[in-house]
Design a protein around this ligand. Structure first.
Ligand code: HEC
Ligand code: HEC
Length: 291
């Protein structure tokens, strides 16, 4: 549309009036959807091995050297899961009541408030890679709650495995169980002598309700019973049977079934598909079959 020239004429403007606006130009090339094309290193990476690294990156199961770093600080200060939780939700879910150094447990870092699962979908491939390596951050040998510099500890391949794990292999808690966190955010009540840690209550329910129990029984028989026994009581897992672990720590058990327990002979990749994990939970939730 031609712009109005008449008002300008009265102002003795010497320039001429503008002409018609031209036709719209051709459409530009299609843009890339976020996060853009995956780098070759990401494509080549193994997210299941990455899950093993999230637990114990130095083990050979996790493509590490096999030698645990000798530090004066406890290993929890350099294990991803200790600060970010098995579910990746930090201190907002299963680890809401896990104590750390500011809640009177010097052997553990405080659980981070970062939601690693959101970060994994919101950041580009390269940004995640850089955030895991965190060049210039503290050394792992420190009782410190912040994310360490892992650049000289993990190979680039291990970091890409971790990135792939974070983006592709986490199972949403509500597919396996329900969790409720009730009560105050954790703090230390110094008005009491000795001081007392006040923590919320974390409760699990509906473990395995979305799965198929008889399919799950086959999975347990084929993939677990050889070591854990047909009823899951064959190995003492920190004072628990396999069934008890699924029912009491459903936040952790699937992680071990999928990514292994590095360094124990229970390797990564036993049960990978989410539907298989759901079926396995349905079977192991039954305390008659799996006391
Ligand atoms: C001692 C605790 C601790 C450990 C161990 C740890 N992190 Fe972190 N991480 C944090 C904290 C706290 C942050 C938030 C930024 C900061 O304080 O450095 C963070 C940030 C991150 C971020 C960036 C999140 C964002 O939204 O920007 C990623 C990704 C990450 N960590 C992944 C990992 C992985 C993978 C490992 C294991 C190799 C690991 N972390 C080990 C505490 C830890
Ligand atoms: C090759 C033998 C083997 C097989 C097969 C196996 N496990 Fe294990 N599992 C172990 C050993 C050994 C441990 C370590 C016990 C310990 O903590 O000392 C373990 C530990 C675990 C833990 C707890 C890890 C921890 O300490 O926190 C879980 C959960 C678990 N197994 C689940 C399973 C499930 C589910 C299956 C079947 C899908 C399975 N395992 C198959 C040998 C095996």
């Amino acid at each position: 549309m031609r712009r109005l020239c008449a008002p300008l004429l009265g102002l003795l403007v010497l320039a001429g009036c503008e002409g018609d606006v031209g036709p719209a130009g051709p459409a530009g090339p299609a843009g890339e959807d976020f996060p853009g094309p995956a780098p070759q290193e990401y494509t080549n990476a193994d997210g299941i091995i990455g899950g093993a690294s999230y637990s114990k990156w130095w083990t050979t199961d996790a493509a590490g050297s096999g030698t645990q770093p000798a530090t004066t600080a406890s290993a929890d200060y350099y294990r991803c899961k200790a600060c970010h939780a098995w579910d990746g939700l930090g201190n907002s879910a299963s680890y809401a009541n896990r104590t750390g150094q500011s809640t009177l447990n010097p052997n553990r870092p405080d659980v981070s408030s970062v939601n690693l699962r959101s970060a994994a979908t919101a950041k580009s491939f390269q940004a995640l890679f850089d955030l895991v390596r965190h060049v210039g951050a503290r050394d792992i040998d420190a009782s410190d709650n912040t994310h360490a510099d892992f650049s000289s500890r993990l190979t680039d391949g291990q970091v890409w495995n971790l990135v792939k794990f974070m983006r592709e292999e986490w199972v949403a808690p509500n597919l396996l169980y329900d969790i409720s966190v009730s009560g105050p955010t954790m703090y230390v009540d110094y008005n009491q002598t000795p001081a007392v840690v006040v923590a919320p209550t974390v409760t699990y329910s509906n473990v395995g309700v979305l799965g198929n129990e008889s399919n799950g029984q086959s999975i347990v028989a084929n993939s677990c019973a050889g070591c854990h026994g047909v009823d899951g009581t064959g190995i003492d897992i920190g004072g628990r049977t396999l069934g008890e672990l699924i029912r009491q720590k459903p936040n952790e058990a699937w992680f071990k079934a999928k990514f292994g327990e590095p360094g124990t002979g229970m390797g990564p990749g036993l049960v990978i598909a989410t539907s298989d994990l759901q079926d396995m939970y349905a079977a192991l939730a039954n305390s008659t079959n799996f006391p």
